[in-house]
Design a protein around this ligand. Sequence first.
Ligand SMILES: [Fe+2]
Length: 231
Amino acid sequence: MDKPLAKPASTPVKAPVNAAVGKDDEKYIPAIDLGEYFSPSTPESREKLAQKFSWRRGYEGLGEQHANDLHQTDLLPDQKEGFFVGKELPLGQVGFARGPNIWPPELAETEFRRPVMEYYDHLMRLGLKIMEVLAYLKLLRYSEHKFADARIFGSVQHTDYGGLTILLQQPGADGFELWHAATQQWIELPAIEDKFVINLGDMVQRWTGGLYKSNLHRVINKNGGERYSVG
Ligand SMILES: [Fe+2]
């Protein structure tokens, strides 16, 4: 076992939870009574309710999470409970961590569901602002492929390292190729007017534990001239 965690030398500084979430230019503090939700008198029914569904919403029981790192495999499950909430979606749109929220029926709408969703909406807006800082646009011009050297590509095979790439290609200027692992071959994607190619990056693959793949792709511009794309 690695060395145990040292006790903090001083009292940790408490982060102001309201500092970053603006509501009409005012500081906003969510009024959610977590003690009421995590009351020890009702968790069993909530556990059963959550287990009926597969999309990771609602109650998570004590010890269900085990957030240790790979180097400390002898540590025990976390002593915490949780409640997962996300965008409210109908049953027809169920997917990985997506679907209807699972609300505790005994708590009043105004006391729990409404303030939780209000805070969720604020965090969504904050998240989009943070993503704006990370987002960028790249304008690309590919030279004509000369077939002079087998090591030269317009864009050599790679996966995108970020979150999402939204790629718009010059209509008719094909050249984008996607590696199809199941059949071990490159698939040519046609460059169609008004159609985006959406690449999931390495970050999304990490976030989903490998469920969504960051696909290998490359560009070979065989059009006999230049090729433009933006993404
Ligand atoms: Fe790429």
